[in-house]
Design a protein around this ligand. Structure first.
Ligand code: HEM
Length: 421
C-alpha cells in the first residue's frame, strides 16, 4: 500500500530516516522492476549513481567548455538559422539536444553525436518504462518467464548499445597499455569512471553498458522535459525576453560564458525554476519503500512493506508557499532572492520541504547541479541566437499526463528564426 505523507514535519522525518528504514532504491527497484529489466541486484550497489557526483558535478567547471560547445553545435544542427519563422518539433528537439550534450559527458565526443546511439538511449528508456509496467502486474512466480518472453525489449536494445560501447572500451584500454594509466587526453567521463572504479566483477562491456543506460535513464528524461517546458514558456511569455537577454548580455560582456558566469544569471535561474515548479516533477515525490516499521514524529507508524510518498505537485501549487500558485511568475524567485538578500536559497539547485523537484535529503538528485548549468546554457544560447514563438499565438501546447507525472506536449512545434531584435 502507498501512504501519502502531509506537512513539513513528516517530510523532515523522511529526510532524516536511514536507508535501512526508508529506502529510495527499494521503491525504484519495485517501480522499475530492476531485477527483471536491468540486472539483478543493480540497486544493491548503485555505484554508477555516485559517479554522477564524483565524475560530473565535482568537475563541472572543467567540463563546461565541452557543454557549451556541444550545446552550440547541437542547436545549430537541429535548429538551423533561418530568416523566416520555421517550425521545429519542440519535444524531439529538446530530447536530442539533451541526449547529445549529456552523452558528451557520459561517453565523449566520438559517440555523443551518433544518432543510432542516442536513439538507443531514448528507446531504452521507453522500453524500460513499458516493461516495468508489465512486470509490475506479473505474479512473482511468473516473472522469470515473462522476462524471457519480453526478450525483444531490453536485451535487444542492450546488445545494440554494447556494439557502440565495446570499441570505445577497447580503444581506451589500448591507449592505457601503450601510454600508461594516465595517458594524455584520457577522458574524465562516466565511461572512464565505470571502466576504472567499478567493482572487478562489473567491468564487462555488458555491465558497463547497463550502468551507462541506467544513469542516462535517470538523467535525460527529466532534463529534456524541463528544457522543452522552458522553451514553451519563453514562447508563451515573450514579455520576459528583453530582461533575460539584458541579463545574459551583461554577464557575457563582463566574463564570457563559464560555469561561474552563468551562476550570475539569476533571472534566468528564476525563470527556469518557475517553469520546473509549475510543470515538472509529478504528484508524488520522495518515494521510499518502508524496510522496517517506521514511526513518524506525530506517532503514526507505517509498517514494513508499504511505500511512502510526499505530495510534490500539491506542495508546488500551494498558495501558502507560492502566492498565486497557478500563475507563471518567471521572476518570482529572483525577487525573493533580492528581497531577502539570499543568493543561495532560491536557486534551482536548492532543495527543501517546499521545493522537492529534485527530492530531498541524502538522495536529493546529484545531477541537479549539472542540469541547472545545462538548462541555463541552453536557454541563454537560444535567447541570444533565435527569436522563438508559439505556433498558435497565445495557445501554450497542453501538457500530457502519464498517471502521476506531467510531460510536455510531444507533438507540438515551436517557431524559431534567426534573432532579429
Ligand atoms: C530537471 C532534471 C531532473 C530532475 C527533475 C531530477 C529529479 C530527481 C529526483 C526527484 C530524484 C529522487 C530524489 C529523492 O527521492 O530524494 C533524483 C535522483 C537522481 N537523479 Fe535526478 N533529476 C534530474 C536530472 C538528473 C540528471 C541530469 C542526472 C545525471 C546526470 C540525474 C541523476 C540522478 C541520480 C543518479 C539519482 C539517484 C540519487 C541517489 O542515488 O541517491 N538526475 N532525480
Amino acid at each position: 500500500m502507498t501512504f501519502v505523507i502531509s506537512g513539513q514535519d513528516l517530510i523532515e522525518d523522511v529526510r532524516k530516516a536511514g536507508d535501512d528504514q526508508l529506502s529510495l532504491y527499494g521503491s525504484i527497484k519495485e517501480g522499475m522492476q530492476t531485477d527483471h529489466t536491468m540486472e539483478p541486484h543493480i540497486l544493491e550497489n548503485p555505484y554508477h549513481f555516485r559517479y554522477v557526483h564524483l565524475s560530473l558535478t565535482r568537475d563541472l567547471g572543467g567540463r563546461f567548455p565541452e557543454i557549451q560547445e556541444e550545446v552550440t553545435t547541437a542547436f545549430s544542427e537541429l535548429v538551423p538559422l533561418t530568416d523566416d519563422w520555421t517550425s521545429f518539433p519542440a519535444w524531439l528537439t529538446g530530447k536530442f539536444v539533451v541526449l547529445r550534450v549529456v552523452n558528451r559527458l557520459f561517453v565523449g565526443p566520438s559517440l555523443c553525436n551518433n544518432s543510432d546511439y542516442n536513439e538507443i538511449n531514448d528507446t531504452y528508456s521507453d522500453d524500460l518504462v513499458k516493461t516495468a509496467l508489465v512486470m509490475g502486474f506479473t505474479p512473482d512466480l511468473l516473472k522469470p518467464i515473462v522476462s524471457k518472453l519480453l526478450d525483444s525489449y531490453i536485451p535487444k536494445t542492450l546488445r545494440r548499445a554494447m556494439e557502440h560501447i565495446s570499441p570505445l572500451v577497447e580503444e581506451r584500454l589500448k591507449q592505457e597499455q601503450l601510454l600508461g594509466e594516465d595517458w594524455p587526453g584520457k577522458p574524465n567521463d562516466l565511461l572512464t569512471w565505470l571502466m576504472e572504479k567499478a567493482p572487478e566483477s562489473n567491468k564487462s562491456v555488458k555491465a558497463i553498458t547497463i550502468r551507462l543506460l541506467a544513469t542516462m535513464f535517470a538523467a535525460y528524461r527529466p532534463a529534456s522535459m524541463a528544457l522543452t517546458q522552458a522553451l514553451f514558456d519563453i514562447a508563451t511569455f515573450p514579455s520576459y525576453i528583453p530582461e533575460l537577454r539584458d541579463e545574459i548580455e551583461a554577464v557575457v560582456k563582463e566574463e564570457g560564458i563559464t560555469k561561474d558566469s552563468i551562476s550570475k544569471m539569476y533571472k534566468l535561474d528564476s525563470f527556469i525554476k518557475e517553469s520546473l515548479r509549475l510543470r515538472a516533477g509529478g504528484k508524488s515525490s520522495m518515494p521510499r519503500k518502508v524496510l522496517k516499521d517506521f514511526t513518524f514524529s506525530n506517532g503514526t507508524t507505517v509498517f514494513a512493506g508499504n511505500t511512502i510518498i510526499a505530495p510534490g505537485y500539491a506542495i508546488h501549487h500551494d498558495a501558502r508557499y507560492y502566492p498565486n500558485p497557478n500563475e507563471f511568475d518567471g521572476f518570482r524567485f529572483a525577487r525573493l532572492r533580492e528581497e531577502q538578500d539570499d543568493p543561495v536559497r532560491y536557486q534551482i539547485v536548492s532543495v527543501g520541504p517546499t521545493y522537492m523537484m529534485f527530492g530531498n535529503g541524502r538522495h536529493a538528485c546529484p545531477g541537479r547541479f549539472l542540469v541547472s548549468s545545462l538548462l541555463k546554457t541552453m536557454l541563454a544560447h537560444v535567447l541570444m541566437t533565435y527569436d522563438v514563438k508559439l505556433e498558435h499565438e497565445g495557445v501554450r501546447p497542453a501538457d500530457k499526463w502519464y498517471t502521476f507525472t506531467p510531460a510536455p506536449n510531444q507533438t507540438a512545434g515551436l517557431m524559431f528564426r534567426k534573432r532579429a531584435t
